[in-house]
Design a protein around this ligand. Sequence first.
Ligand code: BGC
Length: 394
Amino acid sequence: MKKRMIRGTVLACVAAAAVTGCTTDKGASAEMSKGCEPSVVVKPFGKTKDGQLVQQYTLTGAGGVVMDVIDYGGKVVRLYTPDRSGAKTDITLGFNTVGGYETQDPYFGSLIGRFGNRIASGKFTLDGKTYTLPLNNTPGDMPCSLHGGDKGFNAYVWHSEPLSEGKSVGIKFTVTSPDGDQGYPGKLDVTVHYWLTPENVWRIEYEAVTDKATPVNLTQHLYFNFKGEAEGSILDHELTLFADRMTPVNKGLIPTGQIVPVKGTPFDFTTPWAIGARINADNEQLRFGGGYDHNWVLNNQSGKLAPAAALYEKTTGRYLEVWTSEPAIQFYCGNFLTDQVPSKKPGKNLCYRGGLALETQHSPDSPNQPSFPSTILRPGAVYKSVTEYRFGVK
Ligand code: BGC
């Protein structure tokens, strides 16, 4: 998408926004009417514990979707989409304060890097040299490095600028991760564009360059609950995955290296299935994941944008298609979520499996898995990846 940078803090149709109730003091409003002029409104969200200012961008899309996004981790804090009757609800998990994200955060709504998903034992060897990463996760008592380490891209305050192009609005995020950051080699310069289009598509464009060979696997960790944040579990959501194969894992959720067909197993989502329908099947993979927490190899391996997943919730009619240029997708159904996690709604907590993530990426542990597509970025090359979350109703 071509970009035009827009300057200043209050952009495009803030006047229209004020009149129609597109925004409120608490952020985007559920009552925002369809057909509002697209806008980007910037205001302070809070401060990190080390005193960095965190800004919030409210993207109001011409098609009716509204997103509150912060420059801390590029996190989507709130995401309002219309249901079948046009009523808007916040359908993503998050926190109202920076402190919420800093104290307990299952990567809600966040950009993830340098390496999304797990690297076994926090080690990989590249061009003859072994690198050691922080061990920040121990499923099945097997330590690994998860989602970029102790301070991944989710915990950076990114440089950010509002964008507008035609009827689309967006944000440009940039960050420089220094050589050796979290144990990874090379200075990595990363640019991520978020676009919200009049067709209610949230398009994410990732780019990165390095000065030394290094693994890169960027993704977005938004959690969905189409009935609304803190409105119960997602087990009744119907999922389709455009994937005939998946990568089985060991008890540490590290791929064994095999790529197996899903046909005839609870992992076959090639036609729509309620997430809860087979989740308690007698299946070792489901036991290892505590439910679905696995990586599917997408049928599209062309590197071009193609359908990866679809999600539908029949009471609200909300329907989503995920399109990506990536070769794989992690489907995680919130098995580690509990009712100890506060929601954004006052006095209300989340629940076990209260949200699900569809994370487009390369398969986990790729730097140690010679049979998986490479995640190594070399100097002179440009890492490029595109994912679209296309919101609608049925
Ligand atoms: C992983 C889960 C992990 C979660 C953290 C997901 O991407 O697949 O295993 O617990 O991230 O929020």
